[in-house]
Design a protein around this ligand. Structure first.
Ligand code: GLA
Length: 389
């Protein structure tokens, strides 16, 4: 086991500061309970590649764990209102389970998160074809997306008040059908305010499309505690992008007012999940992209979830135009998670910051094109907190 002390100071990283966290360089001062990064083996892939698990622990003793395979976040351990630590994301015990049956639990998703209609898109008049791995469409990068590759991991000893690691992956020209060699770096930073900050960067040597996200399934009551339908969700969006039966946006931006998609006021996730709405039937529940209300560029508030049972809450902030809210609709009791419980529909939910699904085929949607010389750069903050007891 390797361990790096990252220091315990008193300065807070502000939201603005966090957005610029990658540029921060400060001297780490070691202390017994300082933020730390540890590393331990997590087995070998079926192709024989060694995978490690990393633990980022902050000064409060809260921690996140991730593995180099898919950059998968396997645990997020944060306190409830009584100060009891609990893991609030779904996951498996073994690498074999992640390889064989994971519905993208905790993974880094790319090169294009969510769906591309018919697996086809064009850049400058040239058409590209991707593998169809979701009915007639491509989902989450194709057959072997970023979630199914082993990333290189470097621990970062230079960020104050936080434990951090940088993951890199080079996606070759033509991989899964996408043009251009894409060099990707993702930074996980876990600070003393119990904020997990995910920073993404990518560059390419040919015009390509990029849409990266992190696919944790949250359950603020704790992994294995059952349904998330009582959690109160707020989404900062007046509109969402309705889909066809295959989950492809129709192109409209529809008002959430008067629909089960209106989460502008905190509402229990399960309150309208069986409402009979056609969109809810297509999605088997919530599996849609919300158009986040944004004021200019920079970070904005996307969503907040609150679990009345444990008092835990999660806020999501990002600079992305969309947010996919998915209620784990395809989990059907056939997998057993790390807590030894079967996962059923509604046992966890994803809040995936992203560009809108199928953007390359919707010129009206914000563009996902990345050209040589440009840098794709985005940040998402997951802020965990709890009520006072
Ligand atoms: C996304 C999709 C869902 C589903 C999950 C993974 O959220 O929108 O339809 O495929 O990923 O199971």
């Amino acid at each position: 086991m390797t361990s790096f002390n990252l220091g315990a100071g008193s300065a807070k990283i502000s939201r603005l500061g966090m957005a610029a966290f990658a540029a921060v360089a400060a001297i780490a001062v070691g202390s017994a309970d300082a933020a730390s990064v540890t590393k331990s083996p997590f087995g070998k892939t079926k192709d024989g590649i060694a995978v490690d698990q990393y633990t980022l622990t902050n000064d409060n003793g809260a921690s996140i764990k991730f593995i180099s395979y898919g950059g998968i976040i396997t645990e997020i351990n944060v306190p409830d209102r009584w100060g009891r630590m609990g893991n609030v994301v779904l996951g498996f015990k073994t690498l074999q389970d992640y390889e064989a049956k994971s519905p993208y639990f905790g993974a880094l998703v790319g090169r294009y998160a969510n769906r591309i209609a018919g697996g086809k898109f064009a850049i400058g008049g040239k058409e590209y074809t991707l593998a169809l791995n979701n009915g007639k469409n491509t989902l989450h990068g194709g057959n072997k997306g970023f979630d199914k590759n082993v990333w290189s991991v470097e621990t970062l000893p230079s960020i104050p008040e936080a434990a951090a690691a940088k993951l890199t992956y080079v996606s070759k020209d033509g991989e899964e059908g996408y043009p251009g060699t894409l060099t990707v770096a993702v930074t996980y930073t876990f600070n003393n305010d119990n904020e997990l900050i995910v920073g993404y960067e990518a560059t390419t040597n040919k015009p390509t499309i990029v849409n990266l996200t992190s696919h944790s399934y949250f359950n603020l009551g704790g992994d294995g505690s059952g349904s998330i339908y009582d959690e109160i969700l707020t989404i900062n969006a007046d509109k969402f992008t309705p889909v066809d039966a295959g989950g492809i946006p129709t192109g409209e931006l529809t008002d959430v007012a008067g629909t089960p998609f209106d989460f502008r006021q905190g509402t229990p996730i399960g309150a309208r999940i069986r409402s009979g709405d056609q969109q809810m039937v297509f999605g088997r529940g919530y599996d849609h992209n919300w158009v986040v209300n944004r004021q200019g560029g920079g970070m904005s508030f996307d969503a907040r979830a609150y679990d009345p049972g444990t008092g835990r809450s999660l806020e999501i902030w990002s600079d992305q135009p969309g947010l996919q809210f998915y209620t784990g609709n395809f989990m059907d009791s056939t997998t057993v998670g790390a807590a030894g419980k079967q996962y059923r529909q509604g046992d966890g939910y994803c809040l995936e910051t992203q560009h809108f699904p199928d953007s390359p085929n919707h010129p009206d949607f914000p563009t996902t094109l990345l050209k040589p010389g440009e840098t794709y750069k985005t940040t998402t903050i997951h802020k965990f907190a709890a009520d006072a007891s």
